[in-house]
Design a protein around this ligand. Structure first.
Ligand SMILES: NC(=O)c1ccc[n+]([C@@H]2O[C@H](COP(=O)([O-])OP(=O)(O)OC[C@H]3O[C@@H](n4cnc5c(N)ncnc54)[C@H](O)[C@@H]3O)[C@@H](O)[C@H]2O)c1
Length: 261
């Protein structure tokens, strides 16, 4: 081992440019703050320009470097043009966190096709659009890390409340992670996914507020609780940074033990 080896240095992202989608709040905001704290310049993308601006401001106020862009990641035209703008503004794209996502918990027998299509567009096609757009910059440099925010529901069929379209898209994201890891592995791009458990964000407010559902989910979880968004930060930084330089194609559960049983 070289004398200069430092494990903590491997978690640094100085000089790297990162895009985090859906970074106005929740897990995406945590990812943006974590990557910025480690030294990356961060493009904060969100459908909601106000929250995106707020995240970027918080990073800049803390001494980091960030800029906000409004972007619907389910619209390939917007993705292509915003990613080109970001690459110009930040000097490239080295890291992409495909985090933006949504859920509609409706019984499968009543699920409108419009809702199905929306979920596919926002949760799944967005991962293709954003990864494709980022890869054009990453492949030029032979260097990149893509992190897809899947879910424990990408590895199981749910069954606790109806959410078919969500489960379908998250399962697809897990296999897209493996497929892209295989396709780009020799060309310098690593592609990994995280599988968060039920986490206290706006997305899960209806579950948090339903006492019966919440009690059931906590009972089902080995650690007996929901996660906090900040508990995802370490996984984002690990997968984004050289600390995981030999890791690609994995699904990393951050799940309070959910997938263990
Ligand atoms: N909260 C959980 O329990 C949980 C568990 C597993 C996985 N996840 C996943 O984590 C990701 C983030 O979830 P969260 O809990 O932080 O949700 P959230 O609702 O708190 O935040 C989602 C953010 O994404 C943005 N967004 C939504 N659609 C968008 C679009 N089309 N284009 C750009 N931005 C868009 C929203 O404006 C919002 O800022 C999602 O992919 C979700 O499926 C969440």
């Amino acid at each position: 081992m070289a004398d200069s080896f430092s494990v903590l240095q491997q978690f640094r992202l100085d000089g790297e440019s990162a895009i985090v989608t859906g970074a106005g709040k929740g897990l995406g905001r945590v990812a943006a703050l974590a990557l910025a704290e480690a030294g990356a310049k961060v493009a904060v993308l969100d459908l909601d320009s106000e929250t995106a601006e707020a995240t970027a401001k918080d990073i800049n106020d803390a001494g980091g470097e960030a800029r906000a862009w409004t972007c619907d990641v389910g619209d390939e035209g917007q993705v292509d043009s915003v990613f080109d703008e970001v690459a110009k503004a930040l000097g490239g794209i080295d890291i992409l966190v495909n985090n933006a996502g949504t859920a509609r918990r409706e019984a499968a027998e009543d699920l409108p096709t419009e809702t199905w299509d929306l979920l596919l567009r926002v949760n799944q096609s967005s991962v293709f659009y954003c990864s494709r757009a980022a890869s054009r910059h990453m492949l030029k440099n032979g260097h990149g890390s893509i992190i897809n925010v899947a879910s424990i529901m990408g590895a199981t069929g749910g069954g606790y409340h109806p959410n078919l379209a969500y489960h379908a898209t998250k399962g697809a994201v897990v296999n897209m992670t493996r497929s892209l890891a295989a396709e780009w592995g020799r060309r310098g791009i690593r592609v990994n996914a995280i599988a968060p458990t039920y986490t206290e964000t706006d997305l899960t407010i209806p579950l948090q507020e339903n006492k019966q559902v919440r009690a059931y989910l906590e009972e089902r979880t080995p650690m007996g609780r929901f996660a906090q968004a900040e508990e995802m930060a370490g996984a984002f930084l690990y997968l984004a940074s050289p600390a995981s330089s030999a890791v690609t194609g994995i699904l990393l559960p951050v799940d309070c033990g959910w997938l263990a049983i």
